[in-house]
Design a protein around this ligand. Structure first.
Ligand code: DON
Length: 349
């Protein structure tokens, strides 16, 4: 590298550090306050999840130009669980087209728990792809020459979003499939109504594998940033999903991503997001950044307690709510010198 390009890199890094500093300060404040919050309970429906350390907590941001700002345990691995659902839904749409997927899976919030055994009475479809029934029907739509090929395609999709090879936690997978009677019951009910095909047992396996993928908060931030960036992973520049499909994924995350908290989430945070019982949350600020959170202490709806609080605070501090027009304390795009995707906000002098 020449002397002048060295200087340019130093200059660029310097600018990035200056831009990130106020954001990192806010993250540290939020992290410090919420670390004290001991409320919530680690998932214990399988022994592997009950082993999670309740003190683990990480907040990671990844911008659409690939900058990362994070605090806490952002490299600590956990299983993605339901936070995987939007990404597999995107793959199903790419495999079959939006209208064909709509024939099998609705897009209406349920207001019910994620594992409720309920189908739309008129159409017999699961209500949406974010509840377990809808996610199993989604897995059933993943194409492949045979079961291993379907698993391979699913893994390759997540690898594109994360920008790295991705692995299944085998102990969690085996526990999920051994104890997943409720999910099996739903699959059988959907088979009865023709919402899943005759390979539905394999699709259940695929669903359990998908839930057992190991990620960390940083991965979730990059995955969110990929959606924020129109489907292109901002770190690897690889297209993980088409820009058109991103629109459908984000819509469903906004209306149904946080289960029976989805309404209050949209009200308070106003961002497309998805949680999982492993303690992860992925949230998306379209055109700006992805947010990845990890804290395994869950509230009574199955969402990460600290993760939800952190998002409420981030949204308020930086005016991230998708439907607000410039009332946040600070504009995160000003700090990051990003002016993409969302309109310029009025001056708040
Ligand atoms: O299907 C299940 O029960 C789990 N493997 C996934 C559930 C989940 O993450 C729901 N989340 N909040």
């Amino acid at each position: 590298m020449t002397q002048s390009s060295d200087n340019e890199v130093d200059l660029l890094l310097g600018r990035m550090k200056t831009a990130a500093a106020p954001i990192r300060d806010v993250l540290r404040q939020i992290y410090g306050r919420l670390s004290q919050l001991g409320e919530g309970k680690v998932a214990d429906y399988i022994p592997e999840l009950a082993q999670a350390n309740p003190n683990d907590f990480g907040i990671s941001l990844c911008t659409v130009d690939g900058q990362t700002i994070e605090v806490g345990d952002c490299q600590k691995m956990f299983t993605i669980q339901s936070a995987s659902k939007p990404f597999t839904y995107g793959l199903a749409i790419e495999d079959h087209g939006c209208e064909a997927v709509l024939q099998k899976i609705g897009v209406e919030p349920t207001g019910e728990a994620f594992n409720s055994i309920v189908l739309d009475e008129t159409s017999n479809r699961p209500f949406n792809p974010m509840v377990n029934a809808g996610a199993i029907a989604t897995a059933d739509l993943i194409k492949g020459t045979d079961y291993p090929d379907r698993v391979k395609r699913m893994l390759a999709t997540f690898a594109r979003y994360c920008g790295r090879e991705i692995f299944v936690d085998n102990a969690v997978f085996l526990s999920e499939r051994t104890t997943g009677h409720r999910n099996r019951a739903m699959a059988h009910l959907m088979r009865n109504f023709g919402m899943v095909g005759d390979k539905f047992e394999e699709s259940l396996e695929l669903y359990f594998q998908q839930c057992s993928l190991l990620v960390h908060a940083h991965d979730l931030a990059v995955m969110g940033a990929t959606l924020a960036n129109g489907g292109i992973n901002p770190v690897t520049q690889e297209q993980a999903v088409s820009t058109e499909t991103v629109k459908y994924i984000l819509s469903i995350m906004l209306s149904c991503g946080m289960y029976d908290y989805a309404g209050e989430w949209a009200f308070r945070v106003g961002l497309p997001a998805k949680s999982g019982v492993g303690g992860g949350i992925v949230a998306v600020v379209p055109g700006v950044l992805g947010i990845g959170l990890y804290s395994p202490l869950l509230d009574d709806k199955g969402n990460s307690r600290r993760g939800v609080e952190a998002c409420i605070e981030l949204s308020r501090r930086f005016g991230l709510h998708a439907l607000e027009s410039g009332t946040g304390t600070d504009d995160i795009k000003d700090f990051l010198s990003l002016n993409r995707g969302r309109g310029q906000k009025p001056n708040k002098s």
